[in-house]
Design a protein around this ligand. Structure first.
Ligand code: TXA
Ligand code: MG
Length: 320
């Protein structure tokens, strides 16, 4: 199979065609931010509602000012520290940024990805790229090109290969309000790491807040087709569920669950390393979802560091 080259990807993007790109977090479905029809194609492919805005990806610090305005000093400090990397900043948008990208709002989400292929592409292009994760709306994000091919067969020849994604979980999304920093979505950079850098606590804007700040805070998200339950006591959950279901699969953090009635158990990190668990997280859920199971039982992670982001994904996957 012929692989798409960076030059071919650039030509397609310049012509208003979406291209799947690797990033260090998950694969993205990218479009030229200056072509509205290209953005519309991304929403159509994902069947994503238009009220859910997209992240703009840039390849150079100067491009930040093309995308956003009135950038608070604290946002610049965060960008200088964590870019290129899995941190997304929500800022007031420049007038040239399409309402299609911002869902009609006045703010735009922006990040500089770290993956060398994505960076090379962005540095060669003379336009930033809007890119949501390359999955149908509400489904599991893909962290390998094979998973993209399986969920988007129509995009076979539109995938820029980048190997398995290194972080395996989406970027952390931050917003700013009156000089304060707010967490809009847990992600690959932990809240603790950001707070350590800032020297202050970060507020969380979540679904308890009356106004829906970021659709990443929607309850149901990141779900496999197979029903999924999540909890801390897997042994108890197995006992409860075995009489009701024939084929049960288990996603566990570090422990193996040996039980002859369990169809499959994927252990993410036998040594209990949260980074390793995050790396394999979505791929493991894709594998379990392919098995035609009646139920997936997923073990909650320690609620620390990137574990909080993984738990957030699991709770949304399990939401009714
Ligand atoms: O790691 C990532 O961020 C990946 C890779 C491809 O870069 N992208 C990604 O995009 O996860 P997506 O579309 O699946 O998630 C974007 C998140 C959503 O939670 C969305 O609500 C939030 O960013 N977002 C985007 N624009 C926003 C805005 N203007 N205000 C608030 N939240 C915004
Ligand atoms: Mg997504």
């Amino acid at each position: 199979m012929n692989q798409l080259t960076i030059e071919q990807a650039l030509d397609l993007l310049a012509a208003g065609e979406p291209v799947v790109i690797p990033t260090e977090t998950v694969y993205g479905l990218a479009a030229n931010i200056f072509i509205d029809q290209a953005i519309e194609k991304v929403y159509a492919l994902k069947q994503r509602p238009f009220h859910n805005p997209l992240i703009v990806h840039i390849g150079r610090m100067e491009d930040l000012d093309i995308v956003a305005r009135e950038i608070p000093p604290i946002a610049r400090r965060l960008a200088e520290k964590f870019w290129p990397g899995p941190l997304t900043l929500v800022l007031p948008k420049q007038p040239g940024i399409s309402n299609k990208i911002t869902a009609g709002g006045d703010s735009v989400a922006v990040r500089m990805p770290k993956h060398p292929v994505a960076l090379a592409l962005l540095q060669l292009a003379n336009f930033p790229l809007a890119a949501p994760s390359a999955n149908p709306f509400n489904y599991l994000s893909p962290t390998t090109s094979d998973d993209v091919r399986r969920i988007f067969p129509q995009l076979q020849d539109r995938i820029l290969e980048g190997g398995p994604c290194q972080s395996g979980i989406e970027s952390t999304v931050l917003g700013f309000d009156a000089g304060k920093v707010y967490l809009y979505r847990h992600g690959a950079i932990s809240k603790e790491e950001l707070e350590f850098f800032l020297g202050e606590e970060i507020g969380v804007k979540n679904k308890e807040t009356k106004q829906l700040t970021s659709p990443g805070m929607l309850a149901k998200h990141y779900s496999p087709h197979t029903p999924l339950y999540t909890g801390s006591n897997i042994t108890l959950m197995i006992d409860e569920q075995l009489s009701k279901h024939q084929k049960i699969g288990i996603l566990s953090f570090s422990k193996a669950y040996i039980n002859p009635n369990i169809a499959k158990n994927i252990v993410l990190s036998p040594t209990g390393n949260l980074e390793e668990a995050a790396q394999g997280f979505f791929a493991a859920l894709h594998r379990l979802d392919e098995l035609g199971l009646d139920l997936i039982l997923a073990e909650l992670f320690p609620e620390q560091g990137i574990g909080a982001a993984l738990n957030d994904r699991l709770k949304r996957a399990a939401a009714p």
